[in-house]
Each structure stands twice: as C-alpha cells, then as structure tokens.
Design a protein around this ligand. Sequence first.
Ligand code: NAD
Length: 378
Amino acid sequence: MAMASRLRARVVLSRCEWSNLRSLLRPSLNRGFSSSSIPSHLERVGFIGLGNMGFHMASNLITAGYKITVHDINYNALKKFSEKGIPAKETPCEVAESSDVIITMLPSSSNVLDVYTGRNGLLHCRSHLSPWLFIDSSTIDPQTSRMLSTNISKCLLKEKKGFANNPLMLDAPVSGGVPAAQAGTLTFMVGGLEEAYLAAKPLFLSMGKQTIYCGSSGNGAAAKICNNLAMAVSMLGVSEAFVLGQHLGITASTLTKIFNSSSARCWSSDSYNPVPGIMEGVPSSRNYDGGFTSKLMAKDLTLAVSSAAEIGLKCPLTSEARDIYMELCEKGYDSKDFSCVFRHYYSGLAAFVRRSPISYAVQARFLKQQCCPIIMQA
Ligand code: NAD
C-alpha cells in the first residue's frame, strides 16, 4: 500500500515536472506564442538601437507578442517601425517611461553611455524608474557594463515589479551575426544577477536559441570579447596558412579538405571559409559583403587589448590582430566582412585561380617581409 502511494506520488511529481518543463520551453518555440503567455513583468519592452542587429531582434519580439516601443537617432531606422504602428519615441527617457524592460543594441561603449546617462537618457528619472530591468546587448567593455550596473542598482523603482526592489542590469551581448538575428537563433552570453537572468530568459529565447549565464555583472561582455578574439586569431591563422599554401603550390581547396579532416579544423575553415570559391553562402563568395564587418572586429579587438592592458596581461596575438584589422579599415575595407583579411591583407587568391610554386629563395623573402605576422609571432 505504502509502495503504491509512493508510486502514485512519483507519477504526480513527474506530471508536474513535465508541465514545468513545458512552460519553460514554450518561449523557446518563439514564433507565434500568444501574448497571454508573456509574464506581466516582461510585457512592455523598450528597444533602443535599430541597426543591422537591433532591427531584427526588435521585429522578433514583436512577432512573439511583446508590446514594443522603439528609439533610434536614425530617423529612417525608426520609420520602419512607426509605419507599422509601433510606438516610436524621440528620447531614451520617453521609452523608459512606458517600459518594464529596456533592451539596448548600440555600436559602442560611448553610445551606450549616451543612451543611459546622457541628457534625456534612460536614467534621467533616476528616483522613479519604470523599467525594473535594463539589458544591454551591445558589444562593449566589461568595465563600462559594471559601472552602469552599479549606477542602475542605486536608482529607485516607480513601483515594485516581480522580485526586484531596485532596477537591475544584465549585460547580454550576442553571437551569430545578422543572419542569426533575423532567424531568431542568436546566442546570448549573460552577466548579472542570476535571478534577473532567469526571469528574462523568455525574452532572450524570443530572439535567440541559446542563452549562457556567465556569472556576475560584466562577465557577458568579457565572454563576448574573448570569443571574438579567438575568432579573429583563428581567421588570421587560417588565412595566413591558405596564402602560404598557395605560394608553396597547394590549392586552398586541397588545404581546406585537409584542415577539415585534421587538427586545423575550425569555424573559419569549415563554416566561414575566407577563400572566394570554396563555400557558397558565406561573405567570401559575395565579395565579402554582408557578415561581420572589419570595423566591428577592430573595435572588439581594441576592447580586448585594453582589457588585457588593464590587468597587465601579455597578449601579443591580440595586439597583432587588432593592428591588422585597423590597417584593413584604414585601407577602406572597414565595411567588408572580417574574412576579407585573406584577400585584402594577405593578397590571397580565389580558389579558381592557380599559382605556380615559388622558389625557396622567394619563399624565404616572403616570410622575412613579415607578410605572415601570425607565423612570426608563433
Ligand atoms: P549598427 O551600427 O547597424 O546599429 C546601431 C544602431 O544604433 C544604429 O541604428 C544607430 O543609429 C543606433 N544608435 C547609435 N547611437 C545611438 C544613440 N545614441 N541613441 C540611439 N540610437 C543610436 O550596429 P549593429 O551591427 O546592429 O551592432 C550593434 C551591436 O551589436 C554592436 O555593439 C556590435 O558590435 C554587436 N554585434 C554585431 C554583430 C553584427 O554582425 N553586426 C554581431 C554580433 C554583435
């Protein structure tokens, strides 16, 4: 008898768990879930920064049923929303007045500071803020994220919402680029109070497919910088190796086959190959248009260099990579995808162009001229 009731309890518990699981998973189904399933503390979302990424992220939130208010300094970006009847405001402060949560998606730290602490900024009414949560998805330095988070936690809420007694901030930069922003498949790296992260998860899952909690405030920003640093160095390494291979008489397509089935395999070789003519649907196959610009990569590497300098960490590849991307920008390739380093820094050839092997003397000169900074650093 006791055994039977224990079994019954187990079945009841399992049903409970199943229903909890279902309600947790529901937002991840994302498109088309009804606004009635949106928790009241997340209902009204203010979105600021409607550029390449923000436009799609805000659009996905609208599709998911959130009540969105938007702001951007660019009139044309704003018009795309106001024409659809989405409330558009002239200042961040006005957006804050009608929002439970604010999401910012801005180019750099100075823009973020402007929007938060500038004249008519989000924190203008610091003694009675409407939003209980501020989420910054821009890629900025961890120090600015931490400073803002501390400032925000010292402000007061107009009325208590959810569990929060004071307004809170999460830094939640994203990985995935414009195609993932459009498809709603971004990955969010989140720093800040864990309860706030859990409460905001439905919002993240309406714009992305994965969220990773990184720990305290600023850690999301730190994770993003580290991710992009590794991505830049691997792109440079792969590009440099392909170009050296081409000079030695091995085609990039042969090298790609070798890399992708051996230890050099990485995202830059198997998913985002920088050599024109190897893969379809990547920026290298469309003259490096679209994708993640060299300008943004130079910015992220600059953030990594200054973060390393601040703690006295020696990071030679970071500095070298930053210099290469700065040079590309100065040469006018700032708006091209960052994989254009293969073509416009190393002068690599498209897969369909054949180069005959060069002599040992020329190979030696090629290396001495430091055309291959990553080889020289290593
Ligand atoms: P973007 O330049 O296309 O868009 C930024 C938007 O912010 C613009 O519409 C601009 O008018 C607006 N803006 C700038 N200052 C403002 C201010 N003071 N007030 C209101 N609006 C302001 O940039 P993006 O490509 O959308 O990138 C946004 C952030 O996301 C950046 O930090 C970037 O590093 C990061 N990111 C971008 C990608 C990508 O592939 N584009 C990928 C991952 C992360």
